[in-house]
Design a protein around this ligand. Structure first.
Ligand SMILES: Cc1cc2nc3c(=O)[nH]c(=O)nc-3n(C[C@H](O)[C@H](O)[C@H](O)COP(=O)(O)OP(=O)(O)OC[C@H]3O[C@@H](n4cnc5c(N)ncnc54)[C@H](O)[C@@H]3O)c2cc1C
Length: 489
């Protein structure tokens, strides 16, 4: 049986994203009197904000302190929802005065390395959502709270595509500040290389406009430094005149994983940079909202996007199509729909994951992956992605920032859903086994966005880059008020 793209709709997969985002947005904006706060100092701070401050005294405290990853139990001193950079400066000033730190959080996809946030004010950028598209200049100006799905929605109809991630509700800020691997990446490089400017509030409380000419050293550090030293309140970035792409996925029964991964590795040698792709093992849960052919099924998948004409895309994909997938969802689609193809969980989810960059994928590498998550494995992992690097993703760029490319040949990421503590421990153990098994092929560097545990900064940066990042941090945030999920030291 072969199911084509026409027989299903991507809306089935994208589920209720818009409804959920609207609800979250309304809740976080609902007025809660600042009188509620029992601590007079916090009450004073709340009174000075145009946005909102939530504390444990608020009825929606649990919602306010939740990240996208619901498995992480964040217990900060308070949660600030700034309405502008001035509010951020107020929160930072308050934290400095009271011996606290400030943890900025945008999409909330990678909170695990932060731990429980004691002694910290969580600063959620949820209210900073303004998105302005300049279709002539191919630029977007977006508040740091914007999610990729929202940017894509704003771009729809302009014939422009963004270097967005595989999930519509990943935040533009966290994603971009550490790199940003998109389905257009092998042609256009990491998203961070296309940042044109930013509004930030430094750890010493200054509101700055930053670009290549103004505060160039801070601009360098922002582009890859993961938000250490400053809170970003707005990003300006380049988008591309890409209207349509040929994208989707080929689904094979998981029993064919060895054959599919082997063919994928062969296919990716010398592959045209027009293609960005991923081979993955995917075990879909029996969710009622999934279409019949996906619900509760396990697959070996190749998904991705191809730039260029439909005819050349057909030719490029042919070696994989020749394997005879059970389901073929590749087809022409607007570039703004790219965040739908990977079937990432469409709503906040309790999860644990971890990743590594590997330099090669030999038959032994494939066996190491299959041993943990292949068809015969008893695994708790929902997915293991092997995303193709190389092309523009692997090349340094002139005038780039602290991270402007990724080394290695593939980016591997294992993830599982963890609704309870037992499953959480199981998923973490399976992720560790996966990463340990890949040890022989592992690159010394790893990708901060795919690292969901505390790792030394030397895993993300060379000694020279790290020393330069620390020097910038000392200049703008000498007391290390800003607390990043992956700190420099
Ligand atoms: C389902 C899913 C799909 C993903 N897909 C991709 C993908 O396709 N490509 C890819 O590259 N990555 C992907 N990721 C990883 C993702 O890029 C990281 O988790 C990233 O950190 C998410 O950004 P965020 O704003 O949502 O997260 P957050 O948890 O809000 O931010 C992570 C960290 O970034 C810093 N930060 C965030 N906002 C600010 C700010 N305004 N100012 C200063 N610092 C800030 C903070 O240190 C924060 O702790 C995915 C993750 C998940 C869970």
């Amino acid at each position: 049986m072969s199911i084509t793209q026409d027989q299903t709709t991507r809306q089935d997969i994208s589920l209720d994203r818009e409804v959920r985002e609207a609800a979250v947005s309304l809740e976080s904006q609902s007025p809660v009197s600042s009188d509620r706060h029992t601590d007079p100092a916090l009450r004073g701070l709340a009174g000075r904000l145009r946005g909102r401050l939530a504390t444990a005294a608020d009825p929606d405290w649990d919602q306010a302190r939740s990240a996208w990853n619901l498995a992480v139990d964040q217990r900060p001193v308070a949660v600030a929802f700034p309405a502008d950079a001035g509010d951020v400066a107020q929160v930072i000033g308050y934290a400095a005065e009271h011996g606290l730190r400030v943890a900025p959080q945008s999409g909330g996809h990678n909170p695990a390395p932060l731990g429980d946030l004691s002694g910290t004010i969580l600063l959620r950028t949820t209210l900073l959502k303004d998105i302005v598209v300049d279709p002539q200049a191919h630029r977007v100006r977006a508040g740091a709270g914007a999610l990729w799905g929202e940017v894509n929605a704003a771009l729809a109809g302009h014939g422009l595509g963004a270097l967005s991630g595989s999930s519509p509700d990943v935040g533009i800020a966290g994603y971009t500040l550490s790199g940003g691997y998109s389905w257009l990446g092998r042609r256009h490089g990491l998203a961070v290389n296309h940042v044109l400017g930013a509004e930030v509030v430094t750890g010493d409380g200054r509101i700055l406009e930053v670009d290549a000419d103004t505060e160039p050293e801070l601009f360098w550090a922002l582009r890859g430094g993961g938000g250490n030293g400053a809170v970003v309140t707005r990003l300006d970035f380049r988008v591309f005149p890409i209207d349509q792409v040929y994208a989707g996925s080929l689904l094979f029964p998981i029993d064919r994983a060895r054959e599919v991964f082997t063919a994928f590795e062969t296919w990716t040698r010398d592959l045209d940079e027009a293609v960005t792709a991923c081979a993955r093992l995917l075990r879909l849960p029996p969710l009622p909202e999934l279409p019949d052919f996906l619900r509760g099924q396990s697959f070996a998948v190749v998904d991705g996007a191809i730039l260029g004409s439909e005819e050349s895309a057909h030719q490029l994909l042919e070696p994989l199509r020749a394997l005879g997938p059970t389901v073929d969802l590749f087809g022409v689609m607007p570039a703004t729909q790219l965040a739908q193809i990977h079937m990432d969980p469409p709503a906040p989810t309790p999860a644990a994951g971890g990743g590594v960059i590997i330099n090669d994928m030999s038959a032994e590498t494939i066996e190491a992956i299959l041993a943990v998550a292949g068809p015969e494995a008893d695994t708790s992992l929902l997915a293991v992605d092997v995303r193709l690097l190389g092309g523009a993703l692997g090349r340094p760029v002139q005038d780039g920032g602290a991270v402007d490319h990724l080394p290695g040949r593939f980016l591997v990421f294992g993830v599982g859903v963890t609704p309870n503590a037992d499953l959480h421990a199981l998923v973490e153990a399976d992720v560790r086994s996966l990463l340990r098994g890949l040890g022989p092929w592992r690159n010394d560097r790893t990708y901060a966005n795919f690292s969901e545990s505390s790792e030394p900064a030397s895993r993300f940066h060379s000694p020279e880059v790290l020393a330069r990042l620390v020097a910038v941090q000392e200049a703008v945030d000498p007391d290390q008020i800003i607390r990043a999920n992956h700190p420099l030291r």
